[in-house]
Ligand binder design. Structure first.
Ligand code: UTP
Length: 299
């Protein structure tokens, strides 16, 4: 991914959710620290933002999330050991993580994604900012966030990422009603959280990447709890779209819902097959496994 200008300097990473879809693994450990191959989910998201020129990383944490702070902190004992053993590559990788300028804010109770974003208000101040949900893993070769920043630069309006979902899946997501202004770019009229299949205005669902402007905070402060008793970002965006342009950019590349067990397994397999060191051995293993299990590859 190429680096881009400085229209967006800050990113917020809501990471205070309870991760119930991944219990029992997430009982005492943060979902955001589940590793895909050798990196935790949150590191993929932080690196994705870094690739877009983002400089400040605001992580919303909660109970049982201390491991996230430790991951982006110095680890003197480990670094000394790697130094003494001459493991320069590993040392470089570990030390690089200490270089991110991170701020941590505790969300005192998991009151919803909208509430988590509201917690970032004192740090975002009057600037536009990106929001990345780290359990939505975007393939590192894709340029979604860069493309969204380009839309923001052209329109000065909030931008959400969209994906087309199967008709039977609309009830799992926030769905938009919008008009396509240019290929893949929608002006959003309304958003509905988890509509019933017959009532969905489209099949375009919001996925975990957003460029937001500070106007969102006033709306989040005043919004009543929505579905599940949570402060829903979708509800605030719906109100915002009634007042000013809000855009949705359709993403056609690879995304994995790594907060879900099956999505996590798919992401692990695909990223392992792309890993320079592991891919050959892992591909051989998979081919052999499929053969011995009598599983046919389908085209
Ligand atoms: P999810 O619903 O995907 O995450 O929230 P969750 O609540 O952790 O997981 P499940 O559904 O119970 O398995 C989307 C994002 O919003 C964050 C989550 O950490 C995740 O990144 N979030 C959610 C918060 O930070 N605070 C909340 O109160 C709720």
């Amino acid at each position: 991914m190429k680096k881009q200008g400085k229209a967006i300097r800050k990113a917020v990473f809501p990471a205070a959710g309870l991760g119930t879809r991944f219990l029992p693994a997430t009982k005492a450990s943060p979902k955001e620290m589940l590793p895909l191959v050798d990196k935790p989910l949150i590191q993929y998201a932080v690196e994705e933002a870094e690739c877009c020129g983002i400089e400040e990383f605001i992580i919303i944490t909660g109970k049982q999330k201390r491991a996230i702070e430790d991951h982006f902190d110095a680890a003197h004992e480990l670094e000394d050991l790697l130094q003494r053993k001459g493991k320069k590559d590993l040392l470089g990788e570990v030390q690089r993580l200490n270089g991110f300028t991170c701020a941590y804010i505790r969300q005192r109770a998991p009151l919803g994604l909208g509430h988590a974003i509201l917690c970032a208000k004192p740090f975002a101040k009057s600037e536009p900012f990106a929001v990345l949900l780290s359990d939505d893993v975007i393939d590192p070769d894709e340029s979604l966030l860069n493309d969204m920043i380009a839309v923001y630069e052209a329109t000065q309006a909030p931008v959400v990422a969209l994906e087309t979902v199967a008709p039977e899946d609309v009830e799992k997501y926030g769905i938009i009603d919008g008009a396509e202004e240019s290929r893949g770019l929608y002006r959003i009229n309304a958003l509905v959280e988890k509509p019933k299949p017959g009532e969905a205005p489209s099949r375009l669902s919001v996925i975990g990447r957003y460029i937001l402007t500070p106007e969102i905070f006033d709306l989040l402060e005043n919004i009543a709890p929505g579905k599940g008793g949570e402060i829903q970002l979708t509800d605030a965006l719906n109100q915002l779209a009634k007042k000013r342009p809000v855009y949705g950019l359709v993403f056609e590349g690879k995304r994995y819902d790594a907060g879900d067990k099956l999505g996590f397994l798919k992401a692990t397999v695909e990223l392992a097959l792309k890993d320079k060191v592991l891919s050959k051995g892992f591909r051989d293993f998979l081919e052999n496994f499929m053969r011995t299990q009598g599983i046919q590859a389908r085209n």
